[in-house]
Design a protein around this ligand. Structure first.
Ligand code: ACO
Length: 419
């Protein structure tokens, strides 16, 4: 493609154009400041490509999401968590032998260091499990301070994090309810182990309901990667200074926690509960969101990238309906959610702004049907997203174009002053 031309201060400059494998076009402005003295101004990085990536392709207009080239519709509901995690992290589906080793390694690495386990005793009962998860993962680098340049060491870090993230998540819940923790088993899948550690007790064997195990695999896979979203960009930002994997993904967990990002699934449930307590009048809340100058937003609607529909929400809506039918759960919040969705999809305000239900709109309802407490919703998102964060951290380290992340700014403060 021909170079892009920029006219600035009456002078013409040319910049190379790069085209991705799906014909996405980017203007390479790496030399912009050197050549022109100017920088770009792009709050929220809406138009800024921070890297090249082989991991995930999204077409927000067409509602396309693919991991390593595979459409999400072919992965969610077909693969289990550990297989999809392998695909996202290592770039290909594992063969039989690789899969056997990977599954075993994940289970053998799912036990916490006994000293790290004691940390749980010192969190207050009110601690949010996202805070516990982030600090426990960050603390792991004190226990496993191996080199970050040796690929074998990195592989061990990866297996520990993917293996232990679910153990930490389940233990933080057990801590919260004051019940004993149980250890994972090698004859259970990754998701079954998590459910067993969440709901099982040492007194008797817990039979993991198949429908819950399958639904969890599907939901976690739907969340596994989403290219340069806020938390993934955070992982890359922190990792760009050559921080280790534990520190980098712990930062990602903290970024995910916010309610405009992963925290939205918890916020959706809180909003539905609020509407339910208020007599179920969801139309009042739709009107509140539309009010001029109102800061109230309908949680679970809208997306920075998807402007027609969120393909993950589409898949999840069917699963939620089946899950509720199978578990015999007549949740009044689902009824409110469905009514809300119907009204919003027909409302000019939302149509004009291209605001559709996103994945978080349905994931909260699915978790609730499975008996997972609201505080844990975003933790489950983090468990799903973990392989994506790891894949981006790995990719960034081998990308020769990557440098320490250091955006510029446009200074608007006072001119030189003296005392
Ligand atoms: N409810 C009501 N109005 C909304 C909503 C919403 N959920 N989302 C956006 N709008 C309106 C804004 O008020 C704005 O209106 P205006 O043009 O009259 O000022 C317009 O739509 C554009 O909104 P922006 O904030 O500029 O859109 P942006 O792309 O920056 O934000 C975001 C996307 C953060 C997801 C936003 O839609 C939102 O806050 N949604 C609710 C929170 C949520 O569900 N987050 C989960 C995202 S998915 C994920 O992280 C997995």
């Amino acid at each position: 493609m021909r170079p892009a031309k920029l006219i600035l201060g009456g002078k013409e400059y040319e910049f190379p154009v790069i085209v991705g494998t799906e014909d996405e076009v980017a203007i390479d402005i790496r030399k912009l400041r050197d050549m022109t003295g100017a920088i770009t101004y792009d709050p929220g990085y809406v138009n800024t490509g921070s890297c090249k990536s082989d991991i995930t392709f999204i077409d927000g207009e067409k509602g396309i999401l693919r991991y390593r080239g595979y459409p999400i519709e072919e992965l969610a509901g077909k693969l289990i968590y550990s297989a999809a995690a392998y695909l996202v992290i290592y770039g290909h589906l594992p063969d039989k032998e690789e899969f056997k080793d990977w599954r075993r390694d994940l289970t053998m690495n799912s036990f916490l260091h006994e000293h790290l386990r004691k940390f749980f005793d010192h969190y207050p009962i009110t601690a949010h499990p996202m805070n516990i998860l982030a600090s426990m993962i960050a603390s792991m680098s004190s226990f496993y301070p191996e080199e970050i340049d040796d690929p074998n060491d990195i592989d061990r870090h990866i297996k520990r994090i993917v293996g232990q993230v679910k153990t930490i998540a389940a233990y933080s819940y057990k801590q919260f309810i004051g019940k004993p923790c149980i250890y994972p088993r090698s004859d259970h899948s990754w998701s079954a182990n998590f459910l067993r550690m969440m709901f099982g007790t040492p007194a008797e064997e817990y039979q993991v309901p198949k429908i819950m195990e399958e639904a969890l695999d599907l939901i976690l896979i739907l969340h596994m990667d989403h290219e340069q979203n806020c938390s993934t960009s955070t992982v890359r930002m922190v990792g760009s200074s050559q921080s280790d994997l534990y520190a980098s993904v712990a930062s990602g967990i903290n970024a995910l926690w916010g309610r405009l990002h992963g925290g939205a699934n918890e916020a959706v449930l809180n909003m539905l509960q609020r509407i339910h307590k208020d007599g179920g009048n969801y139309k009042k809340y739709v009107d509140m969101a539309k009010e001029k100058g109102s800061r109230f937003r309908l949680m679970g609607f809208g997306h920075r990238v998807y402007k027609n529909f969120d393909p993950r929400a589409k898949i999840l809506k069917d699963t939620v309906t089946r899950l509720l039918a199978d578990l015999g759960n007549n949740d009044p919040l689902l009824e409110i959610a469905m009514g809300l969705e119907e009204v919003v999809l027909k409302d000019e305000f939302f149509i004009e702004r291209k605001l559709y239900p996103n994945v978080d709109f349905y994931s909260g309802i699915a978790y609730r049907a499975m008996g997972i407490p609201t505080d844990m919703f975003t933790v489950l998102f983090a468990m799903g997203r973990m392989p994506g964060w790891i894949a981006h951290w790995l990719e960034m380290r081998t990308d020769r174009d990557q440098r320490i992340h250091r955006p510029r700014q446009l200074y608007t403060g006072p001119n030189l002053q003296h005392l």
